[in-house]
Write a protein that binds this ligand. Structure first.
Ligand code: AHM
Ligand code: MG
Length: 334
């Protein structure tokens, strides 16, 4: 029987191999794992919310029943704030970044960006949701509080990123820049255990994932590419939770698209909290992540915390095909 490798063991082991490892990054990654477990517990109880009390009300034990995305946001912020390794957090749920008080974040070198519960439309109906996170080394001096520039870094500056999928099982997938590994939560021991070592995305596949309901609002080149996917009998899968949709593609190959629409001319998904970290993981697994204008997501300049982008990512050869459609039809007046 193979020995189980827990997330904590794996993090310690792999970080020890790095010559300049101080231990603080190790502790930060472990804390993200802890926050994910706490959120997972609540996600699993979500179906009981109408029995235990309606969201926004007070339940029988006198506690406020919170919306799950608010709960997840609070838990991640709380756990990271007390870790001592983080000087600031930027969350999709908060307009501004949150500096960590100096007694907890004293000499802390990292900032975390996150979407605590992505796929929010799925929450109330028990369909998979996820957490997305990215870690940057701060730009500002460790002597003072964090500043906006610590967060407004390009995807190429990420030193780690990952996601948690709260699905049929709960998985934590992350990378520190040398491949992608996945850990499945074993509820019987309450530990994330290494289940998917060195994940490699297939170079091609036959799944495409896009909100086809917006088809008429997409630019011509995207419509032509989607027609092409349909012509080839690719299988359409769209959960409405990017983490879940990308997770399928990580293992089975495929392409995920959230193009600009008339409603969202610059795209809907947030560069900092969603696009950069997922692009980091996809690239680390051998895939490609571009905007619909064919710029590499990781190289996109960022000017504000909640900046959005169009995005197309997935299997290398499929993104290459999509590129040809943009090159062919992109300049055509519609
Ligand atoms: P959220 O952060 O508010 O949950 O929005 C992000 C989600 C993605 O996970 C998903 O791919 C997309 O929004 C779904 O949007 P739509 O319903 O417009 O297709
Ligand atoms: Mg989101």
């Amino acid at each position: 029987m193979n020995k189980i490798v827990t997330l904590d063991e794996f993090i310690i082991r792999t970080q020890k191999e790095k010559p300049d490892s101080s231990g603080s990054f190790t502790r930060l990654l472990r804390d993200i794992g802890i926050a994910a477990k706490i959120v997972n517990r609540e996600v699993n109880k979500a179906g009981l919310v109408n029995i235990l009390g309606v969201e926004g009300s007070t339940n029988s034990t006198g506690d406020d029943v919170q919306k799950l995305d608010v709960f997840a946001n609070e838990k991640f912020i709380e756990t990271l704030s007390f870790s001592g390794e983080v000087c600031g957090i930027a969350s999709e749920e908060n307009q501004e970044f949150i500096p960590v008080a100096s007694d907890h974040g004293h000499n802390a070198q990292y900032v975390v960006v996150m979407d605590p519960l992505d796929g929010s439309s799925n929450i109330d109906v028990n369909v998979s949701v996820g957490t997305i996170f990215g870690i940057f080394r701060r730009k500002s001096s460790v002597e003072g509080p964090c500043i906006q520039e610590d967060f407004l870094q390009k995807g190429t500056e990420l030193i780690a990123a990952g996601y948690v999928l709260y699905g049929t099982s709960t998985l934590l997938v992350y990378s520190t820049g040398d491949g992608v590994n996945g850990f499945t939560l074993d509820p019987s021991i309450g530990e994330f255990c290494l289940s998917h070592r060195n994940i490699q995305m297939p170079v091609s596949g036959n799944y495409y994932s896009v909100n086809q309901g917006y088809y008429l609002k997409f630019d011509l080149e995207m419509r032509r590419y989607i027609d092409h996917c349909s012509d080839l009998n690719y299988r359409l899968r769209y959960i409405g939770s990017m983490v879940s949709d990308i997770h399928r593609i990580m293992f089975q190959g495929g392409i995920f698209l959230y193009p600009n629409t008339r409603k969202y001319p610059k795209g809907k998904l947030r560069l900092l909290y969603e696009c950069y970290p997922m692009a980091y993981i996809v690239e680390q697994a051998g895939g490609t992540a571009l905007t619909c204008k064919l710029d590499r997501i990781m190289d996109m300049e960022i000017a504000s915390l909640h900046q959005t982008s169009s995005i197309v990512m997935g299997s290398k050869d499929m993104v290459k095909d999509m590129k040809e459609f943009v090159e062919k039809y992109g300049a055509v007046i519609q």
